[in-house]
Ligand binder design. Structure first.
Ligand code: NOJ
Length: 742
């Protein structure tokens, strides 16, 4: 039976099932295993050519190509020449934009505005789909509390409440209202789970997380993605409590499918199935295939372990055909829902029209504006006057398109960002804006990506060249009335394979900053970076600091918009900024101890310096001021299972229109387990005119007041006393009491 054409209609659940079963009925075991196989489309990979694998029905999906014409070539082979003519799913990492690049996910989380992330991923999906992609490996939902871990840049930071809101928003953006919606792609919640807690922040290292940490902190964004209808999951690389996440029955079967009812399919991370052997878990490839499939990995990303071993495992009875079928069904169902049987090809002329849409650049600029965080503004140095006539823009990132667009570019992307120098020049057309990069910054140990075919090779500066560049930068600054320093990290300094042992500004950047500040001119520091940095000296000596993160294609314009007051910054930190890398992991939602911070015994956890954050979670300034008052809990008591409203008034007490992010924190004072001293349970970003007051309302119910308890081994909402705070960051002092009663 041929697949029915239903162009234009959304297939019902029953229709999807019927179509999948019709396909299953005519597929050989080899073809079924082909559907469980994702192959790399890169031509330099050893082994058979993708075309030959596809022709035999040996692949269900292809990743790591980004070539619209080639998609159609491969798809034609799949739908015309392969035995069951099943179309391929083309997949790629589209993390924060396809051609129009948005701020990195950590930056978008700084907006504390889920609609920013939803709109960004809507645009990313539209462009990616027009290019011929069906599936993105995003959103990345790993909670990260250790800034040394390079992949902190890909997620929403340290907090499960903010992380869950960003997770759901990104799924909605990528997928639209239903799987298969026009101009959208299938999303993939990754990396399930715990990857962000790698020992020492070292990428891929083992993770040890007790169940209560998993359930209370690391799982919520993933569960939110399931609730938002995410189509696929990716299993993580690392060992979780000594069981690799890609062979982890508890994660993939008990929790994901059993408890959360996930109906989509799970793909391993790249090579992760084969690596079960490398990790010292599986005996050999055969054992790896058996254990990954049994644990719930449906699709093997690029390790070829499934195609090599699954058939043998079925033939000798180690696996049942039903095990294979169960993994194939959700993959076929995804292809049916995506409409690939009706429209397997991409219109090759569409991308050019779609990427040129001015509204995409507009969205990217807006997202960047909303993502930036003002960390310091002594003496109201910012906003700068547009009447300035003589500026210097200094630093190795000031004119770097790569650093502006940030980490995780899609394959083959050519950076095309508006840099900070360009943004400032565009804002002040008549002014003299001199630029000097200073010494270049480089990783001490290069990246694996540097060795990829086609990667640009650059000869490092000699010490003499670096010194000359340093002196030129200082001289350029000396000749200006005001200096904008643009410092931070290159794009390859955060992301995968990009953990650091230090959180200092790399290279000679701080030295350059000190030399420029010593000139006695007004200095504004703009940071372009993918993780919190320990900028202790700058925090005390540079009057104005704007955390711009890696702001994307329109980054330079958005930065100029903020520096010159066309936009009032309103972002807040989604991660704690530690004073030193050695303080990591440092996060606000810690438990109290027998000697709580602020108590009579307490001085600092270390005797060689304060352990308080440099900037706390939730922190960010504005060009105006706000007061948050009149905190009211609707009733002093709430019964287990019901909800109570918490309200507070926020007033713009300054003279500019601005945004405040009002945040609600709670603390359960006693119970079966100790609970964190503060946990975020609600937030809202509001725009207020000078003098305007708005009331914010949050609801506290069982979802907010309950938790998973180690002592009782289950979810509980306990009749206990709670602290409630509402304020502008995680140090909020406006307090109320709440009692939960039976
Ligand atoms: C490895 C990374 O861990 C994952 O995030 C990515 O999606 C895959 N490679 C595919 O590129």
């Amino acid at each position: 039976m041929d697949i029915k054409r239903i162009t234009g209609a959304i297939p019902s659940e029953a229709e999807v099932v019927a179509r999948v079963e019709a396909l299953m009925g005519r597929m050989s075991l080899e073809e079924k295993i082909g559907q469980l196989t994702q192959i790399g489309g890169l031509s330099f990979f050893p082994g058979p050519k993708p075309e030959d694998i596809i022709r035999k029905g040996g692949a269900g999906s292809v990743l790591w190509i980004n070539d619209t014409k080639q998609f159609n070539v491969l798809q034609k082979i799949a739908v015309e020449e392969s035995p069951s003519k099943i179309p391929l799913l083309f997949a790629l990492d589209v993390i924060h934009g396809y051609r129009t690049i948005f701020p990195v996910p950590l930056a978008m989380a700084s907006s504390w505005d889920p609609s920013v992330a939803e709109r960004a991923q809507t645009v990313a999906a539209r462009e990616a789909r027009a290019a011929g992609l069906h599936w993105t490996f995003g959103p990345m939902l790993d909670i990260a509390r250790d800034a040394r871990w390079g992949r902190i840049v890909e997620g929403a930071g340290e907090d499960p409440c903010l992380g869950a809101a960003m997770a759901a928003a990104q799924v909605r953006g990528f997928q639209g209202p239903y799987l298969g919606a026009p101009d959208r792609v299938v999303a993939c919640a990754k990396h399930f789970a715990g990857y962000g807690a790698a020992d020492g922040g070292r990428d891929y290292d083992p993770v040890y997380l007790p169940e209560d940490q998993l359930r209370n902190v690391y799982f919520p964004p993933f569960e939110a993605a399931v609730k938002a209808g995410v189509g696929t999951f990716m299993s993580a690389y690392m060992d979780l409590n000594d069981v690799p996440a890609s062979g982890n029955h508890f994660l993939l079967r008990d929790v994901l499918r059993g408890e959360w009812g996930f109906q989509g399919f799970v793909v391993s991370d790249a090579l992760a199935v084969g690596n079960l052997v490398t990790q010292g878990f599986a005996r050999d490839g055969r054992d790896a295939a058996f254990r990954a499939l049994s644990a719930g990995v449906d699709m093997d990303m690029a390790s070829s372990t499934y195609p090599q071993h699954l058939a043998g495992l079925v033939e000798d009875g180690t696996l049942m055909l039903a095990d294979i079928d169960a993994a194939v069904r959700p993959i076929l169902a995804t292809k049916v829902r995506m409409g690939l049987f009706e429209q397997p090809y991409v219109d090759e002329s569409k991308l050019a029209q779609v990427v040129a849409l001015p509204e995409h650049r507009k969205e990217a600029r807006l997202a960047a504006q909303r993502s930036m965080v003002l960390l310091r503004n002594e003496g109201q140095l910012l906003p700068l006057a547009k009447s300035l006539r003589n500026l210097a823009v200094i630093g190795p990132l000031a004119d770097s398109m790569e650093a502006t667009e940030g980490s995780w570019m899609v394959f083959g992307h050519t950076p095309a960002a508006v840099t900070v120098v360009e943004g400032i020049r565009a804002k002040l057309p008549g002014a003299k804006v001199e630029y000097a990069p200073g010494p270049e910054i480089r990783r001490d140990i290069g990246s694996f990506f540097d060795d990829m075919p086609g990667a640009a090779k650059k000869t490092p500066q000699t010490p003499e060249q670096a010194e000359a560049a340093f002196q030129t930068a200082v001289a350029t600054a000396r000749g200006a009335d005001l200096v904008v320093m643009v410092l931070g990290e290159n794009a390859d300094m955060a992301g995968e394979f990009a953990s650091r042992a230090s959180l200092d500004l790399p290279g000679r950047q701080e030295e350059l900053l000190k030399a420029v500040v010593a000139l006695g001119k007004p200095v504004v520091l703009v940071l372009l970076n993918g993780r919190p940095l320990s900028i202790v000296w700058a925090a005390e000596n540079v009057p104005a600091i704007l955390e711009a993160w890696e702001p994307g294609s329109e980054g330079g314009h958005a930065i100029a918009d903020i520096l010159f007051g066309d936009v009032n910054p309103g972002g807040k930190l989604p991660v704690t900024f530690p004073r030193k890398a050695s303080h990591a992991p440092l996060y606000y939602a810690r438990n109290l101890t027998h000697s709580p911070e602020g108590g009579w015994m307490y001085r600092s956890r270390y005797w060689d310096g304060p352990t308080t954050p440099l900037y706390p979670f939730g922190f960010g300034l504005s060009y105006t001021t706000f007061s948050i008052t009149n905190l009211k809990v609707a009733a002093p008591q709430v019964t287990v299972g019901s909800s109570v409203a918490v309200t507070a008034d926020v007033t713009n007490t300054g003279s500019a229109v601005g945004d405040e992010v009002v945040q609600l924190y709670i603390h359960q004072k006693a119970g079966s387990d100790s609970r964190p001293m503060r946990e975020l349970k609600g937030f809202e970003r509001l725009t207020l005119k000078p003098g305007e007051t708005k009331t914010v309302t949050f609801l506290l119910g069982p979802a907010e007041l309950g938790y998973w308890s180690t002592n009782t081994g289950k979810w509980a909402q306990e009749a206990e006393a709670f602290d409630v705070w509402v304020g502008a960051d995680s140090l909020a002092t406006l307090h109320a009491d709440l009692a939960v009663v039976r």
